[in-house]
Design a protein around this ligand. Sequence first.
Ligand SMILES: [Zn+2]
Length: 171
Amino acid sequence: MGARPRGRSRGHREPDRRRGPHTAGPGARPGPGADRGRGRRFARRVACYAWASPTTSLGLLAGLLTLASGGGARVRRGALEFHGGFSRWFGGRCGFEAMTLGHVILGRSAFMLDVLRDHEQAHVRQVERWGPAFIPAYLIASYLAWRRGGHYYLDNWFERDARRAAGEDRR
Ligand SMILES: [Zn+2]
């Protein structure tokens, strides 16, 4: 799987830690346990990105096409978002406003990415769970929904899960 950044400054006892929003409080000093917890969280994030990377690489390809065709890119909540250009055209062709491929989210516009962020981020969490099996599993879920007489998109388990996570089903 993906390479883990092992580097010089990976010691567990650096005296000067500037980034520590989780350890706020006057005089609070993170002990070695907190450092270990942070290290473990970081390792878990790296593993999530590596596990999702086969799907992400497809997204990056679409992202490059988006940039080459005049679109834009930005980072939001740990995902790379692309909008306009190829993403707009592709969304129009396939009938979506936004689409998640691993840690890449393609949107027809920056505005729609803002509107749909919670939903698309739920898909990001799904890819982190399913890894390389995400796209096949999504397609199978569409097929199963259709076979049961439902809608291949609306009744797809992954879509229902994302709507639930984004609080859309409570309306
Ligand atoms: Zn969705």
